[in-house]
Design a protein around this ligand. Structure first.
Ligand code: URA
Ligand code: URA
Length: 212
């Protein structure tokens, strides 16, 4: 049986309360890296949410997720189907401090931050969530729904573009924009082409659900 992701010990009245509590964290597993908390950008009332992996150098500097090269590409992808990439979306990550040297998030870090991300999702209450890359797919959709036991078993080329329902929300995994930057071809069958198909399906679902 699938467990309800929102049966978590962390609960706040408002989005701002949750953000304040997160910004006050001092004992989280990335705290002693000295990197600051980077939690979200965009509109906390948006019907569309995008979850990335973790902040990099640009994100840390500006205190907002997805503002570097990957973020610019993400914005273009969203705008290609008519989303307002600033005010029409809420953007966050699986981990809220930059991992040292931009390494991948570790399982203990993902586990620690997960209840906070789940609470942000509950409070923002989007109709549609896009996960970018394998860590956010793992964190939001979960191994059980994806049919794998560990992150290393996730094959994003096979799993992308499929809808999952998580607590009544539609969630789709797509490629990470950093991967698209490394694979810039738009030819049919290439990652960028697939992403454009996926984001069109996202737009259709969002409209069908009455997103605004
Ligand atoms: N990549 C991510 O996954 N998230 C960011 O915030 C920036 C780059
Ligand atoms: N591998 C990843 O980890 N993420 C992608 O988006 C694509 C390949």
């Amino acid at each position: 049986m699938q467990t309800d992701l929102f049966h978590q010990p962390i609960k706040f009245e408002t989005h701002d309360d949750c953000i304040a509590a997160m910004e006050a964290l001092t004992d989280d597993p990335l705290a002693d890296t000295g990197h600051r908390m980077v939690i979200y950008r965009g509109n906390p009332a948006a019907d569309l949410m995008v979850i990335g992996e973790g902040p990099g150098a640009n994100e840390e500097q500006q205190g907002k997720p997805y503002v570097g090269r990957s973020g610019k590409l993400l914005d273009k992808i969203l705008e290609s189907v008519g989303f307002d990439s600033q005010n029409g979306v809420y953007v966050s990550n699986t981990v809220f401090r930059r991992p040292p040297n931009n390494r991948d998030p570790e399982p203990t870090e993902l586990a620690y931050y997960k209840p906070y991300l789940m609470e942000l999702i509950r409070l923002v209450n989007p109709k549609v969530i896009l996960t970018t890359g394998k860590y956010s797919m793992w964190q939001v959709i979960g191994g059980e729904r994806l049919g794998v036991k560990s992150i290393s078993q996730l094959r994003i080329t096979r799993l992308r573009g499929q809808w999952h329902q998580v607590d009544g929300r539609y969630v789709m995994p797509i490629f990470h924009p950093a991967y698209l930057l490394r694979n810039p071809s738009r030819e049919q069958g290439k990652p960028k082409w697939h992403t454009w198909q996926d984001v069109q399906a996202v737009r259709a679902k969002y409209d069908e659900l009455g997103g605004m």
